[in-house]
Design a protein around this ligand. Structure first.
Ligand SMILES: *Cc1c(COP(=O)(O)O)cnc(C)c1O
Length: 374
């Protein structure tokens, strides 16, 4: 139980984000990426909401453990779960999950393909393949295409349920960086090779948020958005076209106000304050997902801006505001680390040299998620 500190999650904003997304990609089916506990927003409530309200029927996890958990929690609902990176095809429990719980492993190397094709447990599991088109992370090499086709044919597998690839740089403007276009062309070649060799390819996808925002790879049957569903644009440069709102707000409250003078010591290690002002202490620290690396973190409250000062503690952190704050603020007042405004969220990310993905994901389990619909 925790009072006055929580991640407040307004799922009706996810509907708004989804509607904005559908304007950008009206013709594509959506495979919604909910890895890392739905980017920190809570996988089960988020998926439940999407099933009931948005008509999304396909979701992407990173690990088989996440997928099993999701299936067990929402046992009576009909939807597909893909596992993208941490497959563990050789473990008996995992095999059973793939074969009996409609969980789809996205196979991306020859070793896993070998297991998948030769173990009878996977006989009726639909085949999903991911190709590396220039990221050098997961995915079959394009040069392995013939080998993959040979292996599939030798086992009588002529149908590919979902063919995929992933962009390395779709967050960069396509007019600045031509990498996404090159990767997409390569993906289309891989798809065409399968089709001309007699394979049936049911679904295809490549576009994540940044690609969707830039109208890249929308000719495929599916898109795979993550970030923009939670609010922020994925593009490095501010994207005025994207009207998303943060689904979450990180709220806490003031536990102490204290006036300090220039040269006073603050917190562990006797940090010396370079200026005087109002020290505002909050009951959140690195145990909550505010790492000490967020040195330039600022918060806004009642029109004033305060900057992180001294070391972040496990359970507390202090912000230095102007003298004026002493009269305006009160202990126990609620403050936001972030609110629904994507513009200020993105600004915060810049100040602390991180990306929206990371800021969301680091909010720890110490911070309760509280859900609402408005
Ligand atoms: C996380 C992920 C996505 C979604 O990326 P966003 O930039 O959040 O839209 C899409 N595809 C794969 C394979 C992913 O891992």
């Amino acid at each position: 139980m925790r009072f006055k500190t929580h991640l407040s999650i307004n799922l009706s904003r996810m509907s708004d984000n989804f509607n904005n997304l559908k304007q950008l990609a009206p013709h594509n089916e959506v495979l919604f990426m909910i890895k890392a506990d739905a980017y920190g927003h809570g996988m089960v409530p988020v998926v439940n909401f999407c099933l009931d309200n948005l008509g999304i029927k396909e979701f992407g996890c990173a690990s088989i453990g996440e997928a099993i958990h999701l299936r067990n929690e929402l046992e009576s609902s009909q939807f597909d779960i893909y596992v993208f990176s941490d497959l563990v095809l050789s473990e008996t429990i995992c095999k059973k999950a793939y074969s009996s719980k409609r969980i789809l492993p996205v196979i991306s190397d020859l070793r896993d393909l070998e297991i998948f094709l030769n173990d009878s447990e996977f006989k009726y599991v639909p085949l999903c393949l991911k190709f590396d088109t220039g990221m050098n992370r997961l995915g079959f090499e394009v040069t392995q295409l013939d080998e993959v086709m040979r292996m599939l044919k030798s086992k009588g597998r002529t149908s590919i349920e979902h063919l995929m690839s992933h962009f390395s740089s779709s967050y960069v403007g396509k007019n600045i960086n031509s990498k996404s276009g090159k990767q997409y062309n390569l993906f289309k070649e891989v798809k065409a090779s399968f089709q001309s060799s007699g394979f049936e390819v049911n679904k295809t996808s490549m576009a994540n948020s940044g690609a969707i925002e830039q109208d890249i790879a929308l000719d495929e049957t599916h898109i795979r958005p993550g970030l923009i569903m939670y609010g922020p644009s994925s593009l490095l440069e501010f994207n005025p076209e994207w009207k998303g709102k943060n689904v979450s707000e990180f709220r806490t409250h003031i536990i102490k106000l204290k006036h300090i003078k220039k040269g006073d010591h603050v917190g562990y290690g006797d940090h010396v304050s370079k200026s005087g002002g109002t020290l505002v202490t909050l009951p959140i620290g690195y145990g909550d997902g505010i790492p000490s690396a967020y040195r330039n973190l600022t918060i806004s409250h009642m029109g004033l801006k305060g900057k992180l000062i001294g070391r972040v503690n496990m359970d507390m952190s202090s912000f230095l505001f102007s003298d004026e704050a002493m009269d305006k603020f009160e202990v126990d007042q609620g403050v936001h680390i972030w609110d629904e405004s994507v513009a200020s969220f993105v600004q915060t990310c810049r100040e602390i040299r991180t990306i929206p993905y990371e800021l969301f994901c680091l909010v720890s389990s110490r911070v309760p998620r509280i859900y609402s619909l408005k």
